[in-house]
Design a protein around this ligand. Structure first.
Ligand SMILES: C[S@@+](CC[C@H](N)C(=O)[O-])C[C@H]1O[C@@H](n2cnc3c(N)ncnc32)[C@H](O)[C@@H]1O
Length: 355
């Protein structure tokens, strides 16, 4: 039975009118899709990538409850410079960003626990006195953490968490609501080339004329720094990556065994990306009872779990122009390791980027 306050909640105004009935309350102030059979979608998606060549899984499967907490710990490690560097830029620049992005709503894609976002929220309250924060994340654990701290710190803000993937979140936000979409933490680096194109095509199409887009990107730098960041001495990243297989087992009833795999990461210079793999340490039969199928995961064979692409920010700004996004501000840390880029929709361009 749902707690009392959940039954009473009706989908808020941030949802487009024709999307409201697709969402229902899953927790106080948190919304989930009324999908008919989510298990089927998950199984289809995992089967598609695990039976592909080379095998891979989508990074969203990293974020079960344990995965979300492990990522929180990684983000405080000395080797993992990304979070603290982006946080320092946000702390310094949030005032200017919010002054430029005159909005009523902040939608954060892949928000996690929204710890860095407080700089933006605090400026929204200082400059406008009110607003709505709508984080979109597949992790309910992270959304609950975000809700509890944001509601406590910013009682003047409305909070509506969307427990869903980026695409569903983007498609559901009311277009006439002036919105700042934020995609922080270099999560854009987790999108491969085709997901990247699909993501920006969709984002641009979902943005209204009064919307802005704030992107946090990790820049190309010495390989040594990168490889250290994704292979910490304490082995936290290894635990995070291999934990994805516990989640897959739970979702698929499969029999991946962490004792028969090891973590491997490397920088692919040609593709400008860190690659994180699980490597099988012996020939083993992986069964998927729900699919009545399976495969032999051979000794030494790798499954790609996550990529983290690194960017030249100016090149990225040019690239995003072709998706109809015009850069209006660009902030870096002093070492130029990380960039925050602010965009708005280019006037006179269609969403496919053609004039
Ligand atoms: C690398 S963490 C970044 C968290 C936070 N933005 C930060 O900068 O620290 C990625 C977050 O995105 C979420 N996520 C991953 N794939 C997703 C997807 N396809 N749709 C929605 N959320 C996703 C994860 O649950 C996780 O909270």
């Amino acid at each position: 039975m749902l707690p009392k306050d959940q039954k009473l909640e009706t989908p808020p105004e941030i949802f487009a009118q024709d999307q409201k009935n697709r969402w229902s309350s899953v927790e106080s102030s948190i919304w989930g899709l009324k999908s008919e059979s989510p298990e089927e979608n998950v199984a289809r998606s995992l089967a598609r990538t695990l039976f592909d060549q080379p095998r891979r899984i989508e990074p969203r499967f990293l974020y079960d409850e344990r995965g979300s907490w492990l990522f929180e710990k990684i983000s405080t490690l000395p080797e993992y410079y990304l979070t603290r560097t982006e946080n320092a830029i946000l702390e310094k620049e949030a005032e200017q960003i919010i002054a430029l992005a005159e909005v009523e709503c902040l939608v954060e894609l892949g928000a996690g626990f929204s710890k860095k976002t407080v700089h933006l929220l605090s400026q929204q309250v200082n400059q406008r006195g009110r607003g709505t924060f709508a984080p979109v994340d597949v992790s309910l654990t992270a959304l609950i953490g975000s809700r509890d701290s944001v509601k406590q710190q910013f009682p003047r803000l409305e909070f509506h968490g969307l427990c869903a993937c980026y695409e569903e979140g983007l498609l559901s936000i009311e277009r006439s609501l002036p919105t700042l979409f934020a995609f922080l933490g270099s999560s854009v680096g987790n999108l491969d080339r085709s997901d990247f194109d699909r993501f920006f095509q969709l984002l641009s199409g979902c943005m209204g004329p009064d919307d802005f887009f704030l992107l946090g990107v990790d820049c190309t730098k010495e390989e040594e720094v990168l490889e250290r960041a994704y292979n910490d001495v304490g082995g936290m990243t290894s635990q995070f990556i291999l934990n994805a297989f516990e989640n897959v087992n739970r979702l698929m009833g499969s029999n991946f065994d962490q004792r028969k795999m090891r973590y491997h990461s490397c920088y692919n210079l040609q593709w400008q990306q860190m690659e994180m793999y699980a490597v099988s340490t012996s020939d083993q039969k992986i069964d998927f009872p729900s699919l009545e199928s399976g495969f032999v995961w051979k000794e030494g064979e790798q499954i790609l779990v996550e990529i983290s692409r690194k960017f030249e920010p100016h090149q990225l700004e040019q690239q995003l122009e072709y998706f109809g996004l015009e850069s209006i501000a660009h902030c870096n840390d002093p070492q130029q390791w990380f960039s925050l880029l602010l965009f708005r929709r280019c006037s006179g361009r269609s969403q496919s980027g053609q004039s």
